[in-house]
Design a binder for this molecule. Structure first.
Ligand SMILES: Nc1ncnc2c1ncn2[C@@H]1O[C@H](COP(=O)(O)OP(=O)(O)OP(=O)(O)O)[C@@H](O)[C@H]1O
Ligand SMILES: [Mg+2]
Length: 480
């Protein structure tokens, strides 16, 4: 689960907990409080009318108006009855005036005992539960009547429900706000971590120049700082190693060339055939060592900033020249090297480096495919990439080989019986990737191995100059 989701959940848990712990007792108390408030209000109003009504008994319209305004205030009905229980004034209008109300229990009790009565009972007239408040009217020490206030208990309950709903809405709002704040906070916490992970992935992919922004909390800034520090040191140490390998390889090449020349001279002078054979083998070993040093030099340059491209390369020309170059060596084994492709892919990579690529691939085909076979060097355009292929009729790759032949010093099953350093394909891939391309080796559709190198096409192939200065326009399809 993501950090963001965890934090939102934790926040939600806290907010819900607080809401439940505080809200439920509050909700429960609300209905009781509303009920008590309504009762107290009804009683207060009834007393107030009782205090003024006795003076208004002679002025019915004024009394009715006073009852109406109180009834509207408290949301109920207010009546005044005289000492016999006959309705004198009614907030609902004069229609029922003169009716006998003495049988109503609260009115009877107030008249009998001379004290205020408050009760809930069901009303036969209205067919629902009502809250009744009856207060005796006293004038000069005499009981002259009763003021009665009636309210529907359903209305009281509805008011309590409204309050409860309002409380629920506030709790919901608090929860939503809490979650939004948690979401934003979690985002600000997670963002530096996501950036750090992205940077770590780029470092793992070989880019040691990445640095992360030191942002966020003190702890996050510390981690970012430590990461930058570590990557910087790693970069410096890798550069030092690379430089060392490059220098060592370079320095070793001069004495090696001297050694090779001396062995060659000695083998030419040797009279003894056995000695001559030994010296020729020593020469071959020196050659191998020379190739190894060149390979190490190339690989040591991996990760260095690539030089600016002086001219793009036409893969068709490159393949044809390679076929010509390798013709004699292949012919000695009865093998043919055929250049055969489609279109004219002009790619964004220097010919010197692509020559090394194609040479390594053709050399492998020659070494690992049987004598008297055919090696095809092909090319084509696929979308925005140029493709160079080398196909042979050899044993191809075992599944085990396919996974590791591009590793440095890795030799596959076909390579077991032949001398080799295991650097050829590593160099091919390094050079292809240096120019934003890639290299693969797989089994061809008709057996044998199929090496494929893909490289981005040069943006403006029509204006491009080939490596030996020829204007490509002449050689392009539809070119001038
Ligand atoms: N055309 C091919 N057919 C079959 N196997 C191949 C082919 N090309 C490469 N391989 C396998 O891949 C391995 C690695 O090849 P790579 O060119 O990297 O090194 P190498 O040929 O062994 O040595 P060198 O560094 O001298 O080229 C080889 O040992 C071989 O097993
Ligand atoms: Mg090889």
């Amino acid at each position: 689960m993501s950090l963001r989701r965890r934090m939102v959940l934790a926040f939600a848990y806290v907010v819900v907990l607080v809401t439940v712990v505080l809200g439920i007792p509050l909700l429960a108390s609300v209905s009781g409080r509303v009920d008590a408030e309504v009762r107290a209000d009804a009683s207060g109003q009834a007393h107030l009318i009782a205090a003024t009504a006795s003076g208004l008994l002679g002025d019915r319209p004024a009394l009715r108006a006073s009852l109406r305004s109180t009834a509207a205030d408290i949301g109920g009905r207010v009546i005044v009855v005289d000492a016999r229980g006959v309705l004198v004034a009614d907030s609902a209008g004069p229609r029922l005036e003169g009716d006998a109300y003495g049988d109503r229990p609260e009115i009877a009790a107030a008249l009998r005992d001379g004290r205020a009565v408050q009760d809930t009972r069901s009303s036969d007239t209205l067919g629902e539960d009502i809250l009744v408040t009856a207060v005796p009217l006293v004038d000069g020490g005499r009981r002259v009547g009763v003021v009665r206030v009636t309210q529907s208990t359903e209305a009281v309950r509805a008011e309590a429900r409204r309050d409860q709903l309002a409380l629920g809405a506030i709790a919901g709002l608090a929860l939503t706000l809490g979650l939004v704040v948690a979401w934003l906070l979690a985002g600000s916490l997670a963002r530096p971590l996501t950036r750090l992970a992205e940077a770590a992935r780029r470092v793992a992919g070989g880019d040691l120049t990445v640095r992360v922004q030191e942002e966020g909390s003190a702890e996050q800034r510390e981690v970012a700082h430590a990461f930058n520090d570590m990557t910087g040191r790693l970069n410096a140490s890798l550069n030092a190693q690379r430089e060392f390998v490059a220098n060592a390889s370079h320095q070793l090449r001069t004495p090696l060339t001297g050694l090779r020349l001396r062995v060659e001279a000695a083998s030419l002078r040797a009279q003894d055939p056995a000695l001559r054979r030994d010296l020729e083998q020593a020469e071959a070993e020196a050659d191998r060592l020379g190739r190894l040093l060149s390979g190490l030099l190339t690989l040591a340059r991996e990760g260095e900033e690539r030089p600016p491209l002086r001219a793009p390369t036409d893969l068709a020309d490159l393949a044809e020249e390679a076929a010509e170059r390798w013709g004699p060596a292949a012919g000695a084994r009865g093998t043919a090297v055929v250049a055969d492709g489609r279109g004219r892919p002009v790619v964004r990579a220097p010919a010197e480096e692509l020559d090394i690529v194609v040479d390594n691939l053709v050399e492998n085909a020659l070494v690992y495919a049987p004598e008297h076979s055919v090696i095809r060097v092909g090319w084509e355009v696929r979308g925005t990439t140029g493709v160079l292929t080398v196909a042979d009729e050899g044993p191809g790759l075992s599944p085990d080989d396919a996974a590791r032949v591009f590793e440095r010093f890795a030799r596959g099953s076909a390579g077991q019986g032949t001398p080799g350093t295991g650097l050829g394909l590593a160099i091919v891939r390094t050079l292809a990737r240096r120019w934003d391309g890639d290299a693969t080796l797989e089994n061809g559709p008709d057996g044998g191995a199929l090496a494929t190198v893909t490289l981005p096409l040069h943006d403006a192939p029509r204006q491009a100059l080939h490596r030996d200065g020829r204007d490509l326009d002449g050689s392009l399809p539809g070119g001038a």
